[in-house]
Design a protein around this ligand. Structure first.
Ligand code: SF4
Length: 871
């Protein structure tokens, strides 16, 4: 049944629909921006399937002289770019509403109830043909006609078109001309009751989506590193930030996976940059271990989690609020976090700034919980107040030199629970971050007293965190007086709730809306005070299991019995002994590179030789300890950071390369070395290896290749050769082994080498050469595991290895490198297989020019200009 006609002047809802590829969202947003410029309030929402061409798309734009918080259910004017749109949306038309369509479309008799619906045929195709334009220009004609029907002039629309196609004068001209033709035609041939009144002087509102507002908030907050993997509905943030990277000076990059994205973000944060990533539920499932790494290592990061319906891929382009409890509980173990859920574009901007401040002040991860509806819908609003932004970086020591009387302790036990951070590369101090439980210096520990002390330290932050959140209006109340009914909601339910207050008020019902903005820590007191005696209450959330309701009950005991839950289709100083006997600023020697920590590697393990070789190379290069960062994965090699007195980051399994890459981008002056086991690099981390090789960051990866899993007590590894009997291959391995050398060559690595721990001088030369190389360098090191590998022993290698450098091999000859890479029988080559420099990944980032990123000051001031571009 159709609703009665829309009687209030100055509120019109348009629906523009057609096939994917017909420019539906663009058309809708152009109309929305034009009407915003005309001084009207707008709210625009798109609806599209997850396909590129074909399929039905539509964009709903509600326009009014008063603020619009959400789109209306009913439509006044349908702009049908195909017949399907007209028929599909008939039931949404208000009585007296109309359809603008191409006069070439024929409706069957009875298809349209003409007594209730006005038909506005326009020669869309003919007008476009007249100016020789492409078919997509039909929507410009239709927009011109729509503007005419609601009694407005074309000037704002023409202005928006001129900016959208700036520099392409012929495109601007032809579009303006068809807009005018459509406008004239509609005025001459049709009449419509609905009217919009443009303001005499526009208050200069902007029209933005939630994604754009979050991106602007991140820029305003001084975010300097954003890494993400494309995923609806988070991709728009990536697209916007990368389009503005040179203006903002932010490093923005598309990672090879969500795992890489979040571990890069943690790596950049470790170095000292404000860092952020964004994804949706499926991507956040992959990110949870990295999220825990941020929690354990106390590296502040911000994650934008854009919800969409799940489980699994669910409906990629629709909206839901079903990841609330997931966000609050994600990752193993316990650590404090912030989860904030903005409800509209203004919240998106301000709450993003708050998320960065809280994350850095308390050195914790923060989640901005959005959803498709919030992130992709346009809303007009006054320009965000860039002047009011205050950046609070907490206890971050930004001095270039460590002047502390004692050695720096990354995880110093403090009363507040917050341990002062330093910028990676601070002269005279090294910093060890560790995803394993650790002591104050960052060294791995299982000492029960130390473990409890560290866990308590982390959680001591929470009291002050709660106080801070209470000062940030974590619960907002809309509506006044004694309410008959109180609506309670979060996130994008805010818009519909505010519209509901308006409608209920019109019917004499006193209603309030309580918006919960901070979900973790949950603002219990603020919530209870907001609820007071609010009459009947009703929960609004877009999930089945009443997630906000469960959270309220858990924290306050209150139970809101009535709920409207809808699945909307639309809707670490490493080494307390490190500085002993040395003064900061001295060049590192082998002894100085020893942390003094007890070593737990098996006697005779090749790891000793490998680490010794690396230390000798570092000493030869004359690098200070604070100029070198070692990133290690999980496995026996992972303890390297405990034994190597440079900056260190012991990360999670397989994620050495993204973290090392981000650290190098954050501080290009650091010499960054990644250490990984063969399982770490070529098994779980294989998703990063070819990408690091092709991407070419100026880092060196040293792989402890022992052809077996050591720490987990002797299972097959990706490099285990066929026939090898291990605990998991009792009949002998039957899978082909990964060949790291040829894999690196095929991935376009610029420096590919193999070393052997018992050829020490040769190994030192190789590592030195790799460290001097500009670009990604692989040194795969034959490292006998004396505990578990009885085949690939010292004797095995001593009988077989020969040096490429003594065999006439030309390391610039790629085919020859492939040929040598295949040798693994009576003779096994070691040395440089291939070496050709090309521009590094960092060379391709203009924003990396000049000082290292970590020494650049946060400058959120650039955001004011960017905000104005949305007017
Ligand atoms: Fe070395 Fe193997 Fe012992 Fe691990 S298990 S420390 S790799 S010998």
């Amino acid at each position: 049944m159709m609703e009665p006609p829309h009687t209030s002047v100055n509120r019109i809802t348009f629906l523009i629909g057609g096939e994917a590829g017909q420019g539906i969202t663009r058309g809708g947003s152009v109309l929305g921006r034009a009407l915003t410029r005309a001084g009207l309030h707008v709210f625009g929402a798109n609806d599209y399937p997850s396909i590129i061409r074909g399929g039905h798309n539509f964009y709903t734009l509600t326009v009014s002289g008063k603020e619009v918080y959400s789109q209306d259910d009913m439509v006044d004017l349908v702009i049908a770019l195909n017949k399907e749109t007209a028929l599909l949306h008939l039931h949404e038309l208000r009585k007296g509403g109309g359809i603008i369509y191409d006069e070439r479309i024929d409706f069957e008799e009875g298809e349209i109830p003409e007594e209730d619906v006005k038909l506005f045929p326009i020669p869309l195709t003919d007008i476009v043909k007249e100016v020789g334009g492409p078919p997509i220009m039909r929507n410009s004609v239709a927009l011109g006609a729509a503007i005419a029907l609601v009694g407005l002039k074309t000037a704002p629309l023409e202005g928006v078109i001129a900016e959208a196609f700036a520099g392409r004068e012929n495109v601007v001209e032809s579009n303006v001309s068809v807009i005018r033709m459509g406008h004239d035609y509609a005025r001459e041939h049709h009449e419509f009751e609905g009217r919009l009144r443009a303001e005499e002087s526009s208050p200069g509102r902007i029209m933005v989506t939630g994604s754009e507002a979050i991106a602007l908030g991140a820029i305003g907050a001084g975010c300097m590193f954003y890494s993400a993997y494309p995923m609806t509905p988070a991709s728009a943030i990536l697209h916007y930030l990368i389009s503005k990277d040179q203006e903002t000076g932010m490093v923005v990059l598309q990672a090879e996976s969500e795992i890489a994205a979040i571990t890069m973000t943690v790596g950049a944060s470790y170095a000292g940059l404000r860092s952020m990533t964004g994804t949706s539920g499926g991507g956040f499932c992959l990110m949870t271990e990295g999220f825990g790494l941020a929690g354990a290592t106390e590296n502040p990061i911000v994650v934008m989690l854009g919800q969409r319906p799940g489980p699994s891929t669910g409906m990629a382009t629709y909206t839901a609020q079903a990841d609330l409890l997931f966000a609050i509980h994600a990752s193993q173990g316990e650590f404090p976090r912030v989860v904030v859920a903005p409800g509209d574009v203004d919240d998106c901007f301000t709450r993003t700034v708050e998320a960065f401040n809280l994350a850095e002040k308390y050195q914790i991860p923060a989640i901005i919980l959005g959803d498709k509806s919030l992130l992709e819908s346009h809303k007009s609003t006054l320009p965000f107040d860039a002047e009011s932004i205050e950046i609070e970086r907490g206890e971050l020591l930004e001095a270039e030199e460590w002047t502390g009387e004692e050695e720096y302790r990354r995880y110093e036990i403090t009363e507040s629970g917050v341990s002062p951070r330093i910028i990676l590369g601070t002269r005279g101090a090294t910093m060890l971050a560790n995803g394993n439980e650790h002591d104050e210096y960052g060294f791995t520990t299982i000492d029960p007293i130390g473990v409890v002390a560290m866990a308590d330290k982390r959680f001591r932050k929470k009291a002050r965190l709660v106080d801070d959140i209470n000062g940030l209006e974590p619960v907002k109340v809309f509506g006044e007086g004694e309410p008959d009914v109180t609506l309670v909601g979060w996130g994008s339910t805010k818009g519909p709730a505010l519209e509901a207050l308006r409608l209920l008020g019109g019917e004499g019902i006193n209603a309030r809306f309580v918006q919960i903005v901070y979900m973790e820590p949950f603002p219990s007191e603020a919530f209870e005070s907001a609820m007071g005696d609010g009459g009947r209450s009703m929960l609004l959330e877009t999930n089945i299991t009443n997630q906000l309701g469960r959270l309220i009950k858990e924290h306050t005991g209150a139970r809101i019995r009535q709920s409207l839950r809808q699945i909307q289709r639309e809707a670490l100083q490493p080494g307390r002994d490190r500085r002993r006997g040395e003064e900061a600023g001295l060049m590192a020697s082998i002894r100085e590179l020893d942390t003094g920590q007890k070593n737990y590697w098996c006697p005779g393990c090749g790891n000793f030789g490998l680490l010794n070789g690396v230390k000798r190379a570092i000493a030869r290069l004359g690098l200070r300890r604070d100029q070198v960062t070692a990133v290690t994965g999980i496995g026996c090699h992972g303890k390297t950071t405990n034994y190597f007195a440079v900056n260190g980051f012991h990360v999670i399994h397989g994620r050495v390369l993204p973290v090392a890459t981000a650290i190098k981008l954050a501080n290009k002056e650091q010499t960054v070395l990644g250490f990984a086991g063969d399982g770490d690099a070529y098994g779980i981390g294989m998703g990063h290896f070819p990408h690091a090789a092709r991407r070419n960051p100026n880092i060196t990866l040293v792989v402890h290749n022992n052809l077996i899993y050591g720490l987990t007590t002797g299972q097959t590894s990706p490099t285990t050769k066929p026939g090898h009997v291990t605990k998991t291959t009792p009949r002998g391995a039957f899978e082909e082994a990964i060949n790291p050398i040829s894999t690196a060559l095929a991935s376009n690595a610029g420096f590919v080498a193999r070393g052997y721990v018992a050829e020490m001088d040769h190994l030192v030369d190789l590592v030195e050469e790799a460290l001097r190389f500009r670009g990604f360098a692989l040194v795969d090191v034959l490292q006998p595991c004396v505990a578990w590998n009885r085949i690939n022993t010292y004797q095995f290698y001593n009988e077989r290895v020969y040096k490429l450098g003594e065999s006439g091999h030309d390391p610039t000859d790629l085919p020859a490198a492939y040929e040598r890479a295949e040798e693994w029988s009576e003779r096994i080559p070691i040395g440089v297989f291939y070496k050709v420099e090309r521009p590094t990944y960092g060379d391709n980032f203009p924003v990396l020019a000049g000082e290292p990123m970590v020494r650049k000051r946060l400058d959120g001031g650039k955001v004011a200009k960017l905000i104005s571009e949305f007017a």
